[in-house]
Ligand binder design. Structure first.
Ligand code: FAD
Length: 225
């Protein structure tokens, strides 16, 4: 998997802090923007997150290239509705010789890995045969597995990202989308350290488990930044 932060709203921490501060200040937005120190932004943004005043987080957006993930992952990803997605089409782009994503549980078992490879080869051959018979790609793709590698560009605002990271960094999330979520978290914290200071699974970010009876029982250790 490769995840690249392609672009994002400039000065995301300051944009959100300014927008939120405006709600409580008689000053002009430009004045607030110019005078806001890093320390003031930090204190203010922490308050917003703790109080659940999250709508100002919608002012900033982050766009990622997500490569080499499975269709199993992308199906889960696009359930996050507050985002924009573009995904390589299996109608227009051939999947002959597609790369399969190999789950670690299968990779570590030689016999499972061999069986997996046999079935993938059979699907690849079947797909190619159907296309050669004149079956359109959009129909031949009905053979394709969840393992089939895909590529996406995804844009999400910071509010939606906080929700995504809370749900998908959690150990209860499936391993591949969890891997993606942690990679995204690392990248957004680099460019927007204040917005994402309190982010990730609730055990790490907020000190409790939102999964209740379904808790994994293995909370993440508090980070030392
Ligand atoms: C561990 C785990 C297991 C899961 N298992 C399953 C499963 O077995 N089956 C399954 O179908 N899904 C499953 N999901 C997917 C899950 O139900 C959500 O669809 C997915 O996580 C997207 O979350 P979301 O709706 O909060 O995100 P978004 O769609 O991005 O929505 C963000 C927020 O906006 C608000 N919102 C968005 N749309 C509406 C709306 N129409 N009405 C009201 N409020 C709205 C909600 O507050 C929502 O939290 C699972 C998710 C996780 C993390």
């Amino acid at each position: 998997m490769k995840v690249t932060l392609l672009t994002y709203t400039p000065e995301p921490d300051r944009v959100v802090a300014t927008a939120a501060r405006l709600c409580y200040s008689p000053k002009q937005p430009g004045e607030i923007w110019a005078a806001f120190t890093q320390e003031e932004q930090k204190t203010f943004l922490e308050k917003l997150i703790v109080n659940g005043h999250e709508s100002p987080f919608e002012h900033v957006s982050f766009t990622f290239a997500i490569e080499g993930v499975s269709r199993a992952l992308s199906h889960q990803l696009v359930r996050h509705r507050i985002a924009s997605y573009s995904q390589r089409s299996q109608r227009y782009v051939t999947e002959a010789g597609f790369n399969p994503v190999l789950p670690p549980s299968i990779a570590q078992s030689p016999s499972a890995k061999e069986r997996f490879a046999q079935v993938i080869k059979s699907i690849q051959d079947g797909y190619t045969d159907l296309v050669k018979m004149g079956i359109p790609k959009e129909d031949a793709r009905y053979l394709l597995p969840n393992a089939c590698e895909t590529q996406l560009v995804m844009s999400m605002n910071a509010r939606s990202l906080l929700n995504f990271l809370e749900l998908r960094c959690c150990r209860r999330a499936q391993w591949e989308i969890r891997d993606l979520a942690w990679r995204i978290r690392t990248q957004v914290r680099t460019v927007a350290p204040l917005l994402f200071a309190i982010s990730g699974p609730t055990c790490l970010a907020k000190g409790y488990c939102r999964e209740g009876a379904f808790s994994c029982g293995q909370p993440y250790e508090k980070e030392v930044d």
